[in-house]
Design a protein around this ligand. Structure first.
Ligand code: CAA
Length: 258
């Protein structure tokens, strides 16, 4: 399928999505958000794909929601369209792992899209922020909630109240990103990690993603029970038999389940 604002490409078992509105630093207009969700859903449904990488350009992962598109909207426009509910809910519903490979600016909605991915690999050039306060608005794709869970109340509050940016080193120290890689290696490294994930048992990968995500959504006791039930159900899969047999037989497992 041809898209106007993103590029898509399969690299072996990895679906690579590149945000591509360079003239606007990948600002997230309705068309881009719609295309991003459609591409994610297509890879989610594709049996040949085991993991998805979302990236931007060297200068910007995405510099936020499209301010020029939002500027004239009224309260009733935003409320009636339930603005940003769609992309948020469609990305949350993706079952396969999504890695955000972030170089340059990830601001406002850009930071929020990165946080909606399952983890963030950051280039040493990455800059994260929620600068909505400078526009007279607040984050609208979950940023105030997710940033707080990632980095804690104090830092999230400071970022949302001042709009200041965090560089990659601070983002790694704060736990927003899993690790930092040199900018020139970012996409290759993300593809390498995604390929390693795609080579594992796909039903078990989906369960692991669900289990970690559950930590955000309920109490600890409920999350631990949810994890334990999923853990039990891994024993209903052929890949559990293969994975454990391979360990005992001192060989590499060959996972087959899609
Ligand atoms: N929306 C629309 N256009 C944007 C944009 C955005 N979020 N960010 C950048 N652009 C456009 C600029 O208007 C400019 O276009 P023109 O050449 O046509 O004027 C082009 O991209 C290049 O940007 P700059 O000239 O500003 O580039 P710079 O290198 O000088 O600055 C920047 C880079 C610091 C990221 C600056 O562009 C900036 O501050 N952008 C806005 C960041 C922001 O406020 N993001 C939050 C948006 S609100 C939001 O996201 C709400 C939400 O929670 C969902």
């Amino acid at each position: 399928m041809a898209y106007a604002t993103i590029l898509t490409e399969s690299r072996g078992p990895v679906g690579l999505i590149t945000l591509n509105r360079p003239q606007a630093l990948n600002a997230l207009n309705a068309e881009l958000l719609g295309e991003l969700c459609t591409a994610l859903e297509a890879y989610d449904a594709d049996e040949a794909i085991g993991c998805i990488v979302v990236t931007g350009s060297a200068k910007a992962f995405a510099a936020g929601a499209d301010i020029k598109e939002m500027a004239p909207q009224s309260y009733m426009d935003m409320f009636k369209a339930d603005f940003f509910a769609q992309p948020h809910d469609r990305i949350v519903a993706i079952k396969k792992p999504i890695i955000a490979a972030v170089a340059g600016y990830a601001l406002g909605g850009g930071c929020e899209i990165a946080m909606l991915c399952d983890f963030i690999l950051a280039a040493d050039t990455a800059k994260f922020g929620q600068p909505e306060i400078n526009l007279g608005v607040i984050p609208g794709i979950g940023g105030s909630q997710r940033l707080t869970r990632f980095v804690g109340k104090s830092k999230a509050m400071e970022m949302c109240l001042t709009g200041r940016m965090m560089d990659a080193a601070e983002a790694e120290r704060a736990g927003l990103v899993s690790r930092i890689v040199p900018a020139a290696d970012l996409v290759d490294e993300a593809i390498k990690v995604a390929t390693a994930i795609a080579e594992k048992s796909q039903p078990i990968v989906a369960m692991a993603k669900q289990a970690v995500n559950r930590a955000y959504e309920g109490t600890l006791a409920e999350g631990v029970l949810f994890e334990r039930r999923l853990f039990h159900s891994t024993f209903a899969t052929e890949d559990q038999k293969e994975g454990m047999a391979a360990f005992v037989e001192k060989r590499k497992p060959v996972f087959k389940q899609k």
